[in-house]
Design a protein around this ligand. Structure first.
Ligand code: SAM
Length: 275
């Protein structure tokens, strides 16, 4: 018998994936968690019916959310990831030798535990001695830490439930205070095809607080529409105009120094959206 996973992406559109095996399915304190195995995409983490990451295409998201800010900052030493319990962002962050400490603040301990068990390719760096895993609400954590992190990465679920407060002006003010004086923040900010109003609002909220605000796109096959946005707020450095010539070369699959500059060139409809 064939098993198909159907992900409703908007009320009028859904994607389906052929599933080989369900490895785990449970209700955690915060969400419905599943990890399934598929032929084409390999193992997938699914929260509340929404695909979070897959073995096949996770590198796009994790390389771009980590390397764009880390290569923009001249000397990132301390990095905070809010959400990101699968560990993919931490894995990429720790490839930067300047990073002394990376803190993961994930609200749901089951995400961390099950990803360690079933997705070791993504989660292995969570056991690195330079990584500290803190289980708790990122909103509270950011509020309680001031002037501490060079980079903050918001690697969250979509703006509903526990993640709702991670999108918007009042949280970005707290992030500004949690960052060091030349700090940079980045967030995954949804797709302009399906959620244009979220992309626009988040960009404008960040722009009202950060001297430099930029939006870039990446192609992620298993995210709704395949066309995903990230928003950067920076106190000092412009990610589009940074000199990358003396930066180390990492063995990546999506990120390149050339792409670092070109990803900020936006299609007309996205440019218009954030004008
Ligand atoms: N790459 C993913 C995406 O865009 O689909 C995000 C993956 S990551 C697993 C998202 C994580 O954010 C989830 O594990 C969720 O538990 C966590 N999260 C949601 N709200 C949170 C909050 N307020 N504080 C900390 N973590 C949060």
């Amino acid at each position: 018998m064939e098993m198909w996973l159907k992900e409703a992406q908007i009320p009028d559109a859904a994607m389906t994936y052929k599933v080989k095996e369900t490895l785990i399915r449970k209700k955690t304190k915060y969400q419905d968690l599943a990890i399934v195995d598929t032929d084409f995409f390999g193992r997938m983490l699914i929260l509340d019916g929404i695909i979070q990451t897959t073995i096949k295409d996770e590198y796009v998201y994790h390389e771009m959310i980590a390397h764009i800010p880390l290569f923009t900052h001249p000397n990132p030493k301390k990095v905070l990831v809010v959400g990101g319990g699968d560990g993919g962002s931490i894995r990429e962050i720790l490839r930067h030798p300047s990073v002394e400490k990376a803190v993961l603040c994930e609200i749901d301990k089951d995400v961390v535990e099950e990803c360690k068990k079933y997705l070791p390719e993504i989660s292995s760096a969570l056991d690195n001695p330079r990584c500290e895993v803190f289980i708790g609400d990122g909103i509270k954590y950011v509020h309680e830490h001031k002037n501490e992190f060079d980079i903050i990465i918001i690697d969250s679920t979509d703006p509903f439930g526990a993640a709702e407060g991670l999108f918007g002006g009042s949280f970005y003010k707290e992030i500004f205070e949690c960052l060091t004086e030349d700090g940079i923040f980045i967030a995954q900010t949804e797709t302009p095809f399906y959620l244009p109003e979220v992309v626009k609002r988040v960009y404008n909220d960040a722009k009202a607080i950060f001297p430099v605000t930029k939006l870039f796109m990446a192609g992620i096959p298993t995210y709704p529409s395949g066309f995903w946005s990230f928003t950067i707020g920076s106190k000092k450095y412009d990610p589009e105009n940074v000199d990358l010539s003396n930066k180390i070369d990492l063995d990546t699959k999506y990120y390149t120094k050339k792409l670092h500059k070109s990803c900020f060139t936006l299609p007309k409809f996205v440019e218009d959206l954030i004008k």
